[in-house]
Design a protein around this ligand. Structure first.
Ligand code: F6P
Length: 531
């Protein structure tokens, strides 16, 4: 059964939110603190090793109640249930959406088409575990009998962004393998990576759910040729593994069927790092730590499933984004982690969020007449402070932002960590307060403040807390999709460009550009000309 189709803007609570917006929009966030002495108690949540402070937002307890009314009216509860229990909520592709099953307990039972999928997941995890151990212990050797020293993940989109972000984020927990990621079909990058490697000590992981993605297959074929310059066909099975749901195509490519790790159609690419797609994570940090990542995510799943909405972190994050997007017309959202390890976090979230909720059609098939989707961007603090924070503080656009910081550094360098975190606390304070009560020389030095932020103070960056953090954003994305009445789990928007690229590639071979518009034709002629 698919999700209900309810236009949020036609609900009573939306009208009430509109009226409430008119009441609250001109009240400075700082003043909201004066209005309610219990503000922080209502607008903060302590959960596991997370502290979520959302008090520096343009909301009060009335807003939270109205959010709750809206969620009741659109029946978020039943949508959450369908999401976790394998209903085919990806209705355009007639698929369940069960990345959460990948981190569920082995004792659970989750049915897809009447069959429990947990045994398959357990079996796949066992395969990842054994393979990881055989590589890390040196049991599995390369074609010359050497230990594997380097792994290369070849995949794009969800087959790259999740694993590469996690491997980078958890580099302090790393095994002695060196990990590399090749996603773009940019030959210069591939050559640069191959230049650092020796065929006899390298393992290539071809990750493609469909095994038809042109970027991945082109890279995989080039890597195969590079490998075969030094080795023979028989050696391929020691150096190439694949993660795919398309076994036939992977075998056709030359992968030994025993070296194919499964993927299933009920796991979307952008939510797949918890599956065999995460094998590079397991190899990079060890299987036990990979399990810790999954466990962190599972804890967040339980929080999301069971907590009342007014104390539910992903639900509140989604409501806040809807509030700013649809009522204040703030179009973008920044994510600023104060950890250099999380430098790819916003890049990862861009796919998770924008490929999911960048939709113009509602669940009844009508084009929406309200804003959906969120432009996500960001960079690590303090770097971002010396880059785009000028606009955050004094620009004419308001950018709601998530600040993610850690109470403890990983290796315990207190001096640096205090400086890092002093900046973290200073920025959200400055964005809220501005200089409103201070005398400033001129408007050039004026900070109006009143800029909303969420603060996440997490104990430490670890596999478990990262797992929870990622799952938290996954559920925020899901909830926003439910509120906006869109289908978050297909991605037809990427198809047109792919199709045209295939046609253009053929035209480049035939050198016939006549079917194109004048702009494209001129560009193709210029590209093809020999001068
Ligand atoms: O960009 C479209 C997309 O289908 C993503 O959703 C997906 O993560 C990526 O391409 C890669 O797909 P595959 O794993 O099938 O190669």
């Amino acid at each position: 059964m698919s999700l209900k189709s309810i236009n949020p803007t036609k609900t009573n609570s939306w009208i009430n939110l509109r009226n409430h917006f008119n009441d609250i929009k001109d009240i400075h966030i700082r003043e909201l603190f004066n209005e309610d002495t219990h503000r922080l108690e209502t607008l903060s949540i302590e959960w596991e090793d997370f502290y979520f402070d959302f008090s520096k937002n343009k909301i009060n307890s009335v807003t939270i109640n109205l959010f709750n009314d809206l969620l009741e009216e659109i029946d978020l509860k039943s949508s959450i249930k369908k999401y976790f229990t394998g209903e085919k909520i990806n209705s355009t592709e007639s698929r369940a959406v069960l990345h959460t099953a990948l981190r569920a307990s082995e004792n659970e039972k989750i049915l897809v088409d009447g069959k429990d999928i947990i045994p398959k997941i357990t079996k796949a995890k066992e395969k990842i575990k054994l393979f990881t151990e055989s590589i890390l212990t040196g049991n599995h050797t390369g074609f010359k009998g050497h230990k594997i020293t380097d792994i290369v993940n070849i995949g794009i989109g969800g087959s790259d962004l999740g694993p590469s972000m996690v491997v980078e984020s958890l580099s302090h927990y790393k095994t002695d393998l060196n990990s590399h990621f090749v996603s773009n079909v940019d030959g210069d990058h591939l050559n640069e990576v191959l230049g650092k490697l020796r065929p006899e000590t390298t393992l290539f992981i071809i990750v493609s759910k469909t095994f038809t993605t042109i970027e991945t297959l082109t890279n995989a074929n080039s890597v195969r040729s590079w490998f075969l310059n030094a080795a023979s066909e028989n050696d391929i099975s020691k150096h190439f593994i694949a993660v795919s749901s398309n076994i036939e195509k992977a075998v056709e490519f030359g992968i030994n069927p025993e070296n194919i790790f499964p993927m299933w159609d009920w796991v979307g690419g952008r939510f797949s790092l918890w599956s065999s797609v995460g094998i590079s994570i397991s190899l990079s940090i060890g299987y036990e730590k990979f399990e810790e990542l999954l466990l962190g995510a599972r804890k967040m799943d339980l929080h999301f499933k069971s907590n009342e909405f007014s104390k539910n972190i992903p639900v509140l994050m989604a409501c806040l984004s809807m509030w700013y997007n649809n009522f204040f017309n703030y179009q973008t959202h920044a994510v600023i982690p104060y950890s250099e390890n999380l430098k790819s976090f916003s890049k990862y979230l861009q796919q998770a969020s924008m490929e999911s909720n960048g939709k113009q059609t509602d669940r009844s098939g009508n084009l929406t007449n309200y804003e959906t989707g969120q432009i996500i961007w960001g960079q690590t603090g303090t770097n971002a402070q010396h880059s785009f924070f000028q606009l955050l503080h004094q620009g004419s656009k308001i950018i709601p932002s998530d600040f993610i910081g850690f109470k403890n550094s990983i290796k315990g360098n207190e001096v640096h960590h205090d400086i890092l975190m002093a900046n973290f606390f200073a920025q959200t304070k400055a964005l809220m307060n501005g200089t409103i009560n201070e005398k400033v020389e001129s408007n050039h030095r004026l900070f109006k403040g009143d800029r909303p932020t969420n603060t996440f103070l997490i104990n430490k960056l670890s596999p478990s807390s990262l797992g929870s953090l990622i799952a938290m954003y996954e559920h925020k994305i899901f909830t926003l999709g439910v509120i906006w009445n869109i289908l978050s789990f297909d991605q037809f928007g990427v198809e047109l460009g792919k199709k045209l690229a295939t046609n253009i590639l053929q035209d480049l071979t035939s050198q016939d550009f006549n079917s194109h518009d004048s702009s494209t034709k001129t560009l193709l002629n210029r590209y093809s000309s020999t001068d």
